[in-house]
Ligand binder design. Structure first.
Ligand code: AMP
Ligand code: MN
Ligand code: MN
Length: 315
């Protein structure tokens, strides 16, 4: 198994990044890696590059040290990519391309493992659980543990999804032994939404539609809603779960428009009747069997038609 300290021995500089529009697992896994290197390998000049993160993750130590990758032309000894393929890290991709050595820690079934060192386990709950496996337990502190715990709870829906395994819970039990206030972390980072986030979610659910005899639910944030509530993509975390929790639904589809007019799609399933990673892969996206995403060109209605026809083929 990969041991991060061993891999980084003798290195002078390390860059870390994760996927665009960072979620809890992306922030948790990359920040834990950053904090671990900073604490245990002080000789390494470590930098973390991410797009803007949701405000709820400001409870993680040192998130103010996160940098933007645009225009950085430095050659790092090593690049650690967590929770993503290098093609989905956005502006940090050129830093990855220039690095002497690349390490990829990920749990996406669609990740081909094309870095120098690959620790990719599709069955793992989260990149954070995998990062935990790469760390020496005695060198973890409360801040690192908390970042990893946040990553795990976000990708498992607080331990409810089928990606939870005995080893996920063993990792979580070791992490909570550091004594951070996990009930507050769960409430404030996972469940709580701002008032506008709650309102926009309500409007999406109000306007949702069912397809394929009620087996597929669909909801979208229209540009009009985004303008009305003054919301952006990071305000939409969790809306897809509302669509998924409708009785009889196998697949939930959620959409919103990106700044360039393309359509960002999130899909979730409640069972194995449909594999949404295969559906999203058809259109250039990826993810997991039960949670996947893709960005597609076309109007929302056109994109919906394409997705429905691909889903239909799986029945
Ligand atoms: P999302 O619906 O964006 O929350 O994504 C669901 C899961 O699929 C997450 O694990 C994402 O990291 C992954 N995912 C989303 N979009 C893509 C993509 N374009 N390529 C690969 N994985 C993706
Ligand atoms: Mn992620
Ligand atoms: Mn993840």
């Amino acid at each position: 198994m990969l041991n991060l300290s061993n891999e980084l021995k003798g290195m002078k500089s390390v860059a870390i990044s994760g996927h665009i529009r960072p979620d809890g697992d992306c922030v948790g896994s990359t920040m834990a890696t950053y904090l671990y290197i900073k604490k245990n390998m002080p000789e390494i000049d470590v930098h973390i590059y991410l797009e803007d993160i949701p405000d709820v993750f400001n409870c993680i130590k040192d998130v103010d040290k996160i940098e933007k990758a645009d225009g950085v032309d430095r050659i790092f000894d090593c690049f650690v990519c967590c929770d993503s393929v290098k093609e989905r890290i956005g502006a940090a991709e050129h830093i990855y391309d220039n690095a002497q050595k690349t390490i990829n820690i990920d749990h996406h079934i669609t990740n081909p493992g094309a870095s120098d060192i690959n620790y990719i386990v599709a069955e793992a709950s989260s990149a954070s659980e995998l990062v935990f496996n790469t760390l020496n337990f005695e060198n973890i502190d409360e801040d690192i543990a908390k970042a990893l715990y946040i990553g795990i709870i976000h990708d498992t829906g607080v331990f409810q999804y089928s990606n939870v395994s005995p080893s996920t819970l063993v990792a979580a039990s070791k992490l909570i032994s550091f004594g951070f206030d996990f009930p507050t972390i769960i409430a404030e980072t996972f469940y709580q939404k701002t008032y506008v986030q709650t309102k926009v979610c309500g409007e999406v659910l109000e306007n949702s539609r069912l397809f394929l005899d009620g087996k597929v639910s669909f909801g979208a944030v229209t540009p009009q809603m985004a303008e009305k509530y003054n919301t952006v993509s990071k305000d939409y975390d969790g809306i897809v779960n509302g669509l998924r929790n409708i009785t009889g639904v196998d697949v939930a589809i959620f959409m919103y428009l990106l700044d360039d007019g393309s359509c960002k799609v999130s899909m979730r399933t409640n069972n194995d009747n449909v594999d949404v990673s295969a559906v999203s892969h058809t259109f250039g996206g990826g993810g997991h069997k039960r949670a996947a995403g893709v960005t597609m060109e076309g109007t929302m209605e056109e994109v919906l038609e394409k997705l429905l026809s691909e889903i239909k083929k799986q029945y």
